[in-house]
Design a protein around this ligand. Structure first.
Ligand code: 0A1
Ligand code: ZN
Length: 881
């Protein structure tokens, strides 16, 4: 066990810094075996802070020199330890010059300045800047940056930093330099630098006010052809932010750089976004439709941060969701506007419920605005991002689009250039609309997923319908009691034909139309609708209007009815899903009791009718036909029986496929062939999505017709979406020969495309067929695998532990041991990746006692390691507490 425990940082301890840094002048001298960083800081004491020491953050730095004004300091004038440099300035304003020496080529944690392939790049959020130089590395210290980069011209012809290029030139010894100036004050986490041999794709954008912006995407030369989609997405994002939020871009140049080694998806550094190449590159030959959509949404997300994050930033890291929740909401709305709104919402809700709900029910559960942390990198979570976005969505729902826009206009105007809090955001929405969100703010302070129990009572004699709501929220670490939330409940009442009934609430003067949003604010609350002349069926929580678990005593017949008739597309899908959940949960119990499985014909009939529905958007048909995931079924279970869940779900899939083979073939054939030319439009994507969902089902029938259709598709596909879908079906089929042939062919063809090889690893790691662990262990020795590359770790080890649940949870605990070994291996090499990787083990409370024990043994083994990074220590120790 590590001897020194990381400190816990508390929100309640926040206070302003003692000093401000008005200007930051940096010079980087880059060499192959080290880099020298010279900083000149113009520092000013904060208000009436007295003669307090100046404590600068710094880690893993070699201090070369310090000068205060024109005085070079002696080592006795300052104190240095592992985390800081302490100085004792006498003046209220002074200039400080520091030189540090670092070794980017040995930086495997990918935080601070590091090398990815042949290029230098940075990642400073959240606390990476302190690994570059000593600084007040906190987001409320905003400074104007000027950056000069000096490097060998041959190896690093491109030298980039934030803002505008103001000068450049030659230097002796084949070296050259460039100076960049960013006119906007920013915190250090938004600093960026890139030096490399990159090619440039260039375009321009004219803003609403007529300014021309130079748009640049830098990639390695072999990827030049794969940038078109990112560029288009960027231009669409710029237009959308002007139209929907009135936000125009502010610098004259906007740059994106793609790097292969990156811990996260991308980073919104001012004017110089740095991206994981997986979130930039997209070409139909190599990227799936899903990858295209991810590129579009990540490009938009980072671009939108220019306002929600950069112009207005966070006061401290407890406020992270201020920028992330808001920006995820913005990018989701952008994607909804660019594609199918309903399908986008279904995808996001599916993801949230399978993953964020699990986090909210686990040992690391925390509020959207946490109150404490040990390592901030551990708090870039689904709760901060996705639940945070749901919270902003609820505000949008409560205020309406116009009211919300008035609020965001005020927020941007009031806080431009400032570092602020979630309270400031809410205050702007309140002030612009004259509302009070005091109670609503509990969404920021209380963790856990609320449960909303609803039931209805029709009274024929009074023509009323009474909707009773009861809310509760399970305890989470450090929070045993919860107060009621404000839950916006979007709903309608349907008559026996599925038509929406006019809604009028007792005690209200005005009718509410056919759909309304009820604000559930009490622990128990009733709503009485008048003028209801027949017993209605309620359609509740439309569009998933709040991140809660809805419980309503629907019968299976009710769910069938809603799945067939609800005029709201989202709730049609939801009804089909919840019917499938109910059926699957029932079958799991039957299977556990050792009784024979029998499929509820109602599920079959819903699937049959959706399959025959020519009116419904094809992407929606595909969404409805997909069964709820194993991960979601595990999340819903009290004690999850992974084997039974897997067995039953596969059995139902096969039953559906066999029973519906004929209409599935008909629909499949009617959708054309995978050989037809690729097109990016929504209709084509929807067609591919449905065709491939059907192919997956048809392959379960084991027919030779399905196998030959699949092999044909693998060979003839005009694009990666169809080729990959065929490969998935082949890999999961029992035909060893076809599987190996396809895998080999694929690996040979795409050996030089790391992102395609990531898919190849992912598909095999995710296959639930027996022997999964051994396959993954063998793949770790494949020449294309590299444990230092986060994308590879995610696509092989992460995919195995998160997607391949039967193999990961195998009875002898070998899956757990394997994952713990990898976490230990990565612990010091890349702490952020190690601590993310350990997540599946922290969910041990969900499983049977034997598995719980084995998972805890592995967690304890990790905890006993000699040098545990704070990242891994925090997650593992909290999950065992
Ligand atoms: N702010 C970025 C995500 C991000 C956060 C931390 C990182 O450190 C490794 C990197 C990126 C975003 O929301 O896109
Ligand atoms: Zn973000």
């Amino acid at each position: 066990m590590r001897t020194e425990q990381p400190q816990t940082i508390y929100l309640k301890d926040y206070r302003q810094p003692d000093y401000w840094i008005d200007e930051t002048h940096l010079t980087f001298e880059l060499f192959e075996d080290h880099a020298l960083v010279h900083s000149r800081l113009f520092i000013r004491r904060n208000g009436d802070a007295g003669l307090v020491p100046l404590v600068l953050d710094g880690q893993q730095l070699e201090l070369v020199s310090v000068a205060l004004g024109d005085q070079t300091l002696a080592p006795t004038d300052y104190q240095v330890d592992e985390h800081s440099l302490t100085l004792h300035p006498q003046a209220a304003e002074f200039e400080l010059a520091i030189t540090t020496r670092i070794e980017p080529q040995n930086n495997t944690a990918l935080e601070g300045l590091y090398k990815s392939g042949g290029m230098f790049c940075t990642q400073c959020e959240a606390e990476g800047f302190r690994k570059i130089t000593y600084y007040l590395d906190r987001p409320d210290v905003m400074s104007r940056f000027t950056t000069t980069i000096l490097a060998d011209r041959g190896s690093y012809p491109i030298l980039l930093s934030n803002g505008n290029l103001i000068a450049s030139g030659e230097h002796e010894g084949g070296r050259h330099w460039a100076t960049w100036e960013d006119p906007f004050p920013k915190p250090s986490y938004l600093f960026a630098l890139v030096a490399g041999d990159l090619c440039l794709i260039q375009d321009s954008y004219t803003t609403l006010s007529g300014r021309t912006i130079d748009l640049r995407i830098y990639v390695e030369p072999e990827n030049r052809e794969q940038c078109g989609h990112a560029m288009d997405s960027l231009k669409r994002s710029m237009r959308w932010d002007e139209e929907v939020y009135g936000r125009e871009y502010d610098l004259d140049i906007f740059m994106i750089v793609a790097v292969n080694d990156f811990n996260m998806g991308a980073m919104e550094n001012k004017g110089l976004n740095i991206f994981n190449s997986s979130c930039v590159l997209a070409h139909p030959d190599t990227a799936t439709d899903m990858a295209f959509q991810r590129v579009e949404s990540v490009v938009a997300h980072e671009y939108f941060h220019n306002w929600s994050g950069n112009r207005v930033t966070c006061r401290d890291w407890f406020q992270l969701s201020l920028k992330e929740g808001f920006t995820v909401f913005r990018d989701a709305e952008f994607s909804a506007d660019m594609n199918s709104r309903t399908v986008k919402r279904i995808e996001d809700v599916t993801f949230l419920r399978a993953n964020q709900f699990a986090e909210d029910a686990g040992p690391m559960a925390h509020p959207v605005r946490p109150e404490s942390y040990m390592e901030i990198s551990n708090f870039y979570t689904l709760t901060i991002y996705e639940k945070g976005a749901e919270v902003v969505r609820m505000l949008h729902t409560l205020l309406g689009a116009e009211g919300f826009r008035k609020g965001t206009d005020l927020y941007f105007e009031r806080h431009d250039g400032q570092a602020v809090t979630c309270d400031d955001f809410i205050a702007a929405l309140e002030d612009a609309n004259g509302v009070d969100f005091t109670q609503f703010k509990r969404w920021y302070s209380q963790a856990g997923t609320p449960v909303l129990e609803v039931d209805g009572e029709f009274n024929a004699s009074s023509s009323t319908y009474r909707l009773r709501c009861r809310q509760s929220c399970p305890p989470t670490p450090g929070q045993s009691e919860k107060l009621p939330f404000v839950i916006p409940l979007r709903m309608a009442l349907l008559d026996s034909e599925g038509r929406e009934m006019p809604l009028k609430l007792a005690g209200e003067a005005h009718a509410r139309g056919n759909e309304t949003v009820l604000a559930v604010t009490e622990a128990e609350q009733e709503f009485v609708f008048e003028g209801i002349t027949e017993e209605p069926l309620p359609s509740l929580l439309r569009g998933f209007s709040a991140p809660v678990k809805l419980v309503y005593p629907y019968t299976r017949e009710d769910r069938v009815f809603l799945a067939m008739h609800d005029p709201d597309g989202f709730n049609r899908w939801e009804a089909a899903q919840s019917l499938a959940v109910d059926v699957l949960q029932g079958l799991v119990e039957i299977h556990q009791a050792g009784r024979p499985l029998l499929l509820d014909q109602r599920l079959l009939e819903v699937w049959r009718s959706v399959l025959a529905d020519a009116e419904l958007d094809q992407a929606m048909v595909a969404e409805i036909l997909r069964l709820p995931s194993e991960a979601y079924l595990i999340e819903l279970a009290r004690v999850a029986d992974v084997d039974a869940i897997h067995h039953v779900r596969e059995w139902v899939r096969r039953e559906l496929a066999n029973a519906l083979a004929e209409p599935m073939w008909q629909r499949f054939d009617a959708l054309g062939s995978a050989a037809q030319p690729w097109s990016a439009d929504a209709a084509s994507m929807a067609r591919r999505s449905l065709r491939n969902t059907l192919l997956g089902y048809l392959m379960l029938t084991g027919s030779s017709a399905a196998m030959s259709a699949c092999v044909r598709q693998f060979v003839e596909a005009s694009n990666m979406t169809d080729r990959q879908a065929a490969l998935v079906a082949l890999v999961n089929s029992p035909d060893e020969h076809q599987k190996h042939a396809a895998l080999q062919e694929f690996a040979q063809r795409w050996a030089d495309y790391p992102l395609v090889m990531d898919q190849w690893f992912n598909i095999q790691a995710s296959s639930p067929l027996p022997g999964g662990l051994e396959r993954v262990q063998e793949l770790m020795t494949h020449p294309a695998f590299n444990i230092r590359n986060p994308n590879k770790v995610r696509s092989l080890i992460g995919a195995f532990a998160n997607n391949n649940l039967v193999n990961f949870h195998r009875k002898d605990g070998a899956g757990y041991r394997f994952l713990a070994d990898r976490v230990i291996e990565l612990n010091l090499m890349n702490p952020q990746i190690a601590s993310r990787l350990v997540t599946p083990l922290t969910r041990w409370r969900k499983f049977d006692p034997a598995r719980q024990e084995m998972m805890k043994v592995e967690l304890a083994r990790i905890l006993e390691q000699d040098k545990l990074s704070p990242d891994v220590y925090e997650v593992v120790s909290k999950s065992l507490a």
